[in-house]
Design a protein around this ligand. Structure first.
Ligand SMILES: Nc1ncnc2c1ncn2[C@@H]1O[C@H](COP(=O)(O)OP(=O)(O)OP(=O)(O)O)[C@@H](O)[C@H]1O
Ligand SMILES: [Mg+2]
Length: 591
């Protein structure tokens, strides 16, 4: 999965992105950059002309016209350079601003096209985090590299030609001077890319501890448990480790940089020597000497700026940018996008499933047909594989062995959007969206916008709009963070149930939908559920075996395998897990 991406692939990926986002702006930026670069080079020529004219005028009195002309040229070039500089910077800023949101959108879009199972994989989660960081760094990289190619490069080409025309060896000497600095930066790039791969898992850990300490979902419990200092300690340990690794990389690259700078400096001395001897031998004019002398300084500081500051930033960020492009190039889940009606049977043929990175399969040898229109209950101990089975039935995950056929087609051959159409559900780990009640429910079917359906869904979920809980009814904001109200666990679950019922469906999955709901309401919800599940395929996962009795058939899962299938009466007649579990629960209610 971790193939190495070359620089060419990275730059091509970035070029594609900016070209698609803002083609005309990029073109303008490049053109202005090129003219700006040439004007900067012309500065040296204008300087030389002016100097030569002045020395000429001193030697031959009366030759002032040439001085005025060359002065006018010098002014023109310098003013032009300043104006171009301003325009170039302005366009750079606009470019950055426009690209900023755009790269993040690329990540979201890509993540939505990925195989959902990828999100169970720690390595993939690292990839997303690194990609997000890389997206930001890629902006800097895009801007710098575009400036290098469209401003600095034309400038140096211009200067090389100019120096060559004065004396060929001058041009060559300049190139040699910069090589050591370039080498340093390549080493730097390699060191930081390696660092990035090394510290990514640690960083994820570190972020998680921080969440445990300050995040709303966690902080109540961690405080109550007195676990704050425990997480702080873990946080500090991870932080120190991260810092130490970064510090080491910095130290190593800085030492190399120092050595190479000394070599560059010696090169600088060589160029000056060449210049002085050429002047004395009469090979170049005084004006050329002055112009080259001044521009060698300019070129050095520009080169340093490019190589140390810009390339430094690039190579530091290159590790993460590589991750960004690698992420965008990851394989996606493909398949037929034509929606399946979900009106036929769901057939599981010798299905097995292993989570990424897990040693043992979570499901094994599952052969089962969920008949169209039936209500099927799935029961079994914790960790038996119930929720996993549900994810295979919806098509969220694909089986690692065997096949799941939906309306006769294998889920592997269908695109995710085709599979999810017509499926609704209330899942064990449902979300509490920080939005209004209405949005929380209607989010399950954004295509429809029916008030009547919304009200019906609330009724089916036994959710009362009582003004004590919902001060502004359906529009009540369900979030403390956004100045709204918070609900109790059971109330949230009813919102989730209403959400599941609101979505148009032929198949509905209820994975522990009422675990937090009080028994009186639960019974009412099940009655409603029985009512509405007629003619629709329904799958109900539950630990309350009493409620499984509403089902036409019950599947008993045990340790990833089907241990029995039958009606409640049939299962109660055969000794086994179901009978055992049922008796254990019933015991609480027997007087
Ligand atoms: N993301 C994951 N990565 C690796 N293993 C997982 C993952 N999710 C679940 N498992 C494993 O798969 C097995 C089945 O889990 P599953 O959630 O399907 O059980 P369940 O029957 O729904 O349990 P419960 O009654 O507690 O909801 C468990 O052994 C669990 O450890
Ligand atoms: Mg479960």
């Amino acid at each position: 999965m971790r193939e190495k991406l070359g620089l060419a692939t990275i730059f091509k990926g970035l070029a594609d992105i900016i070209w698609r986002a803002v083609p005309s702006l990029v073109t303008t930026h490049a053109l202005v950059g090129i003219v700006h670069g040439i004007f900067t080079g012309l500065g040296a020529v204008a300087f030389q002309r002016f100097f030569d004219a002045v020395t000429e005028a001193v030697a031959v009195p009366g030759a002032l016209a040439a001085v005025y002309w060359s002065l006018a040229f010098l002014c023109f070039v310098h003013i032009g350079k300043e104006v171009l500089n301003g325009v170039h910077n302005f366009i750079s800023n606009v470019l950055l601003m426009k690209l900023n949101g755009y790269v993040n959108l690329q990540i979201h879009a890509k993540a939505s096209r990925m195989e959902p199972i990828a999100f169970e994989n720690g390595e993939f989660l690292d990839d997303i985090n690194k990609a997000r960081e890389g997206a930001q760094n890629s902006l800097v990289l895009i801007l710098i590299s575009s400036t290098i190619f469209t401003f600095y490069l034309p400038y140096f080409i211009f200067m090389a030609v100019y120096l060559y025309s004065l004396k060929p060896s001058l041009a060559l000497a300049l190139v040699l001077v910069f090589v050591p600095t370039a080498i340093t930066q390549f080493i730097r790039s390699a060191v930081f890319a390696r660092l990035e791969d090394q510290v990514a898992p640690k960083r994820r850990e570190f972020d998680y501890y921080e969440r445990c300490l300050v995040h709303r979902e966690y902080f109540k419990e961690t405080r109550q448990l007195g676990a704050v200092s425990f997480f702080r300690r873990l946080y500090f340990t991870a932080l120190r480790l991260l810092q130490r690794e970064t510090w080491r990389a910095e130290l190593r690259t800085n030492l190399i940089e120092l050595g190479m700078n000394l070599v560059s400096f010696a090169g600088y001395g060589g160029v000056l020597y060449l210049l002085v001897t050429s002047l004395f031998r009469g090979e170049i004019s005084v004006g050329s000497f002055a112009a080259v002398f001044a521009s060698v300084g300019t070129m050095f500081s520009i080169m340093e700026e490019i190589l140390v500051r810009h390339f430094g930033e690039i190579s530091k960020g290159m590790g993460t940018v590589r991750n960004f492009i690698r992420f965008l190039n990851l394989a996606e889940r493909k398949g037929d996008v034509a929606a399946v009606a979900r009106s036929g049977d769901i057939v599981l043929k010798d299905v097995s499933f292993t989570y990424p990175g897990a040693e043992e399969p979570s499901l094994r040898g599952i052969n089962l047909t969920v008949r169209s229109g039936e209500t099927l209950a799935i029961v079994g101990p914790n960790g038996a594989g119930k929720s996993t089975l549900v994810r295979l039935l919806t098509g969220l995950y694909l089986p690692t062995g065997g096949e799941v056929l939906v309306d006769g087609v294998s889920t592997k051959e269908l695109a995710p959007q085709a599979l999810y159409e017509g499926v609704s559900g209330v899942f064990q780990k449902y979300q509490r969206y920080q939005m209004t009640l209405k949005e929380n429910v209607m989010i399950s079917d954004t295509a429809s916008n029916s008030d009547a359906d919304f009200k019906a869904a609330l009724t089916k979920a036994e959710l009362d709009l009582d003004p004590g809980t919902f001060p502004v009814g359906a529009e009540t904001m369900l979030s403390r963070e956004f100045d709204g109200v918070d609900l109790s666990g059971g109330q949230w679950q009813r919102v989730a149930v209403a959400r599941g019922f609101y979505r148009q469906h032929n198949l509905i999955i209820l994975d522990e939908p009422t675990a937090a709901i009080d028994p009186l309401e639960e019974t009412r919800i099940y009655k409603q559920f029985e009512e509405m599940s007629r003619n629709k395929t329904s799958i109900l996962v539950t630990h309350r075996l009493g409620s499984a009795r509403v089902a036409d058939r019950i599947v008993v899962l045990d340790n990833g395998e089907i241990s029995a299938v039958g009606t409640h009466a049939e299962l109660m007649d055969t000794p086994g897990l179901y009978q055992e579990m049922y008796r254990a629960q019933a015991q609480w209610y027997a007087s």
